[in-house]
Design a protein around this ligand. Structure first.
Ligand SMILES: [Zn+2]
Length: 495
């Protein structure tokens, strides 16, 4: 059919123009020049998401949701293995709950969506659509925790939350997003802090071992802490344009949460005590991080361990051997499906070229082409989405071969991201020098800090923030004043 379209040439110039136009329309914006625009187009073109009629909200399409489900499966297993139980709490929270913890309400008030009418009547007390669930979960904690025997209490919920964001971008910052939020209660501060660090560590493993994203982890500065936390731990990745992305956080909450919600228990000596609380979460923003970290000019590149489709099989038909190829791809599909997430693209209306383009755009790690000659040779050609390499693989050992190809690809993606991260990393002593560069070209800056908010505030002039405190202590002086540095910090512009 497609040949007919161009064989009837009325005006050759017109036809060529229209082909060119079609190619241009399919072309993604130049990723080396405008990552931002590239990102905005690829999330829709690759069918991760679709636009929605509600401002700042997106529809997560099956391909995007499958990616989230794979991330969720990995993390949920670890959450359970580290002694937490899943539960579900209401979407609607009495407004008075949010107001109980002063810092919490101060932090979230501008972002709240509030239900005032329900069932056709004005509500006596407005209900907040959860921006996070500390308050309603602590209400339950107060009912469940009575004695030291009830501790530790370790709960997790997978849910959607709503924060009325001013500027939104698909996955990276949306009004409604999906996440898991863990909430725990402990007898001692040390144990609670250990818990917050344990989960931070689980997140780092998820990012590095499954998403192939190298991260920098550390404590947030006091001004960047979660509303109502004593300590906020963060893990950050540097995207290909040199901006930081906060991938997730883990908090040791302030004592006032337990006090505000009257969570009290009797210790072994019979005294009434407030427990120490933590909360921690990662969101569908991780999808944005994957897109931004691994993508290239051809489209997405899915990290193999969470890729919705790990292998796509494309039959190459030849006139006299069509059935032979059909049988062979079906057999291969059945075999590989036992171990991998496989897609057989047997859509006869599309050319192999069109299929290659589509699956490259969607970032499927491995592509198998199978034609009549391959059936005879008992071998297939496998293309690697990351390196572009093509390898001939014998069918009898294909399962193990694919396994090692996917493992190598994971490592290759991680190494590439690590090299990019190092390329963005700078060590600079004074804001006056690196500030203007950061403003113009982004980048990550390791520098010294005196610990004063006054100096931290100077970063806003160059649109930067302290992303986290670092373990290193290489700088003697603060980036913003002449005082001594208390420890090194990572400064960057952030998404
Ligand atoms: Zn200073």
């Amino acid at each position: 059919m497609s040949q007919c379209k161009f064989s009837v040439i009325i005006d050759q110039k017109y036809s060529l123009d229209s082909i060119k136009k079609e190619n241009d329309m399919n072309k993604l914006p130049d990723i080396s020049k405008d990552v931002s625009q590239w990102y905005n187009e690829i999330v829709y073109k690759a069918e991760l998401a679709d636009q929605s009629p509600v401002r700042g909200c997106i529809v997560i399409r099956p391909y995007g949701w499958a990616l989230w489900e794979n991330i969720k499966t990995v993390l949920d297993k670890r959450i359970k293995e580290t002694g937490h139980q899943n539960a579900s709490f209401p979407l609607l929270i009495p407004e008075s709950f949010i107001k109980r913890e002063a810092k919490h309400v101060e932090g979230f008030a501008p972002e709240l969506a509030i239900v005032t009418i329900a069932g056709g009547k004005e509500l006596e007390e407005p209900l907040v659509v959860r921006p996070t669930s500390e308050t309603i979960i602590h209400y339950s904690f107060a009912r469940w925790i009575k004695s030291w025997r009830d501790l530790p209490l370790k709960i997790n919920q997978w849910a959607n939350v709503v924060r009325w964001e001013k500027r939104t971008r698909p996955f990276l910052r949306t009004t409604e997003f999906f996440w898991q939020e863990g909430h725990t209660a402990h007898a001692t501060r040390e144990e609670a802090q250990e818990e917050a660090l344990l989960m931070l560590n689980e997140y780092i493993n998820l990012a590095q071992d499954y998403l192939a994203i190298p991260v920098i982890a550390g404590e947030k500065s006091p001004t960047e802490r979660f509303a109502g936390a004593d300590i906020t731990y963060t893990f950050e990745a540097i995207m290909m344009d040199g901006k930081a992305l906060q991938m997730g956080t883990s908090h040791l909450l302030s004592r006032s949460f337990a006090k505000s919600f009257d969570i009290e228990y009797q210790d072994k000596e019979g005294n009434l005590e407030h427990p120490y609380l933590t909360s921690w979460g990662v969101t569908t923003r991780l999808i944005g991080a994957i897109v931004m970290t691994h993508g290239d000019q051809k489209g997405l590149v899915m990290p193999p361990r969470v890729a919705p489709i790990q292998v796509v099989i494309i039959p190459i038909y030849k006139k006299d051997a069509e059935q032979q190829v059909r049988d062979a791809v079906q057999e291969l599909y059945t075999r590989l499906s036992k171990e991998y997430r496989v897609q057989l693209d047997a859509d006869d209306s599309k050319s192999p070229g069109a299929k290659f383009y589509e699956w490259e755009l969607k970032g499927v790690p491995l592509r198998i082409e199978l034609g009549p000659r391959d059936v005879d040779n008992k071998a297939v050609m496998i293309s690697n989405r990351v390196t572009g390499d093509k390898t001939m693989v014998k069918l009898d050992a294909i399962e193990s071969e694919i396994g090692s190809m996917l493992d190598n690809m994971h490592q290759e993606l991680f190494n590439r991201a690590q090299v990019k991260l190092q390329g963005h990393w700078n060590k600079e002593s004074k804001l006056a020098i690196f500030g203007p560069v950061m403003d113009k070209e982004a980048g990550a800056y390791q520098t010294g800090w005196c610990g004063e908010e006054e100096c931290e505030n100077k970063l806003s002039e160059f649109k930067g923030t302290i992303r986290c405190l670092l373990k290193e202590n290489e700088f003697n002086q603060c980036f913003g004043c002449n005082k001594s540095s208390v420890r090194d910090v990572l400064v960057a512009k952030a998404y």
